[in-house]
Design a protein around this ligand. Structure first.
Ligand SMILES: C[S@@+](CC[C@H](N)C(=O)[O-])C[C@H]1O[C@@H](n2cnc3c(N)ncnc32)[C@H](O)[C@@H]1O
Length: 285
């Protein structure tokens, strides 16, 4: 159990007195949008759980495959909740690279952390993508605020399918924040053909030493702006099963490397297998 009942709201200014999940994750991915406090935290947790950087990279690769598969299924709108500090292979870049010629798409990034939102805005400006991609600085636990934001309203057509992405973020939602209710709230606002994809840190299939390492990692986050919850396959499968009128797409709830892989799995990949679950569901007509 995490010490907190509920993850706190994001501070209204950049808080450099406590490490933040967005900036720590940027550090895991060898990014540069982080502060000394985030790097010190990162170095400490890597000593507790050395696999964390590898899992972060596998997670980004899952994100890419999720976007490509949703595009292949005909989805053209993406709502990336808890999008993080932009790094290599952001959603709008994947969409731009894979969208069939002549077709239009929309991407909305949502993060409540200033550094993440500010850098995403700069990147979209630099990429000349502001006509079809935008940033909403909001708390994803408030779907009405997310969908009601002027950027979402301008870019997203709720009458058409949207791929809602919750990648490596629901482990920052727990306690009094009820994840199944939150997912149901998003799900009911979406048109048939929409997708909902997520990934989540886990250790239920890890050996006892690795489970203890993940638990030490989880506890370290109690001292950040983002306390963390670790969940098992049964709980995450239950979230999908609770979505009325949705079906899990193949291969169901899986480890990151087993979800529609598009390259051979290496021994290094296999060592990271137990540390996350992921999956995607589609809304039926
Ligand atoms: C581990 S990063 C994941 C980034 C990206 N989704 C990925 O998988 O590569 C988690 C992100 O979720 C954001 N986040 C956490 N809780 C949030 C909330 N309640 N509302 C909006 N963003 C949130 C953090 O600020 C951070 O940028």
């Amino acid at each position: 159990m995490a010490a907190q009942d509920r993850a706190p709201s994001a501070p209204s200014i950049v808080d450099v007195t406590r490490p933040s999940a967005a900036r720590i994750y940027d550090w895991y991915l060898d990014g540069v949008h982080n502060y000394a406090i985030d790097r010190e935290f990162g170095e400490r947790v890597v000593r507790l759980w050395p696999h964390v950087k590898g899992v972060a990279r596998q997670n980004r690769d899952f994100l890419r495959r999720l976007v490509v598969n949703a595009l292949d299924a005909g989805v053209r709108q993406f709502l990336d909740l808890g999008s993080g500090v932009p790094t290599v292979g952001n959603v709008h870049e994947i969409v731009r690279d894979h969208l069939p010629a002549g077709e239009r798409a929309a991407v909305v990034y949502v993060d409540y952390e200033h550094v993440a939102a500010a850098h995403a805005r700069v990147l979209l400006e630099e990429d000349g993508a502001t006509g079809w991609a935008g940033v909403v600085q909001a708390d994803l636990r408030d779907p009405m605020a997310v969908f009601g934001h002027e950027t979402s309203r301008a870019l997203l057509d709720r009458g058409q399918p949207i791929c809602v992405m919750l990648i490596a973020v629901l482990h920052f939602v727990g306690g009094a924040d009820n994840v199944p209710n939150l997912l149901a709230d998003y799900a009911r606002r979406l048109a048939p053909g929409s997708w909902l994809g997520l990934s989540h840190i886990a250790s239920d299939e890890a050996d006892p030493a690795d489970q203890a390492a993940v638990e030490a990692f989880r506890k370290a986050y109690d001292n950040t702006s983002n306390p963390l919850w670790v969940r098992d396959r049964a709980e995450i499968s239950g979230w999908f099963a609770g979505l009325d009128g949705w079906r899990l797409v193949d291969p169901g709830v899986a480890h990151l490397i087993d979800w529609r892989p598009d390259r051979p799995v290496t021994p290094a990949d296999r060592a990271l297998r137990p540390f996350a679950w992921c999956g995607a569901a589609e809304k039926l007509g």
